[in-house]
Design a protein around this ligand. Sequence first.
Ligand code: MG
Length: 310
Amino acid sequence: MMVELEQDGTIGYGEASMPPYLGETQETASRFLSRVDLSKYRNPLAMADVLSDVDAIAPGNNAAKAAVDIALHDWVGKRLGRSFCRIWGLDPAACPVTSFTIAMDSAEMVRMKVEEAAPYKVLKVKLGGASDREMIEAVRSVTDKPIRVDVNQGWGERESALRMIEWLARMGVELIEQPMAKHQVDDIAWLRDRSPLPLFADESVARLTDLPAAQGVFDGINVKLMKSTGMHEAHAMITLGRSLGLKIMIGCMTETSCAISAAAQLSPLADYADLDGALLISNDLFRGACVVDGKVTPGEEPGIGVSKLS
Ligand code: MG
């Protein structure tokens, strides 16, 4: 769902991406957005106040809130004449290389997709099914690029999860994302104590308030705008995460270049990037962050660094 904020002839663009498993729909987002009234704010530059009011309208609705947050950042950046990367004092060239996602598929399809991923220096392989070893062996039969594994909560039992991680470490995997269900906190902590690879939280950590509980359970967090309610809280999560000793990944859902470019503005603050969302769609509405030397690099245009394609 795309959002536009307009005042004094300046338009800010925002986006909500709603994967079905998180429960938001176009209908829930429309209902939430119909309750957002920004006309009462005399100073839209006071974003923290505006966004805290928007957050208080109703619980949940994280992607709908992110759409407002991204559009407001775009509007404010355009007013200030700077990209958010520059406003935050970051170097756009400092962002980490992005991974490119290889979904669960037959060995033959996996090999084909790895070849399509030639411009990317790191692969993210989705595991958590019955053929995890076959997936990794298929990837390894065609490339020796670093692999990151995302289990999407798919492993149920910690002993077999540990044996799998030990095997993956020997196969050149560099990290494991969300190995077990988010309610299996004790099992994940047990796994982390023994795992040769760092464990990253995705589903376990959505917002700032989830962060303290990740300490001692995970080594890092995957920060996504659609979970965090947007750029403002994502920035705070990165700051708090670092102070808690957690590594930072900046990630995404399936998104257009609008939300991806917004996330890319934060990318220089991250250790790892997984910003391939707009590379996986064929109906992008924006031009923005682009891939330079394997890095999804933030655009320099003011705001979130996008222009709308006509
Ligand atoms: Mg994930």
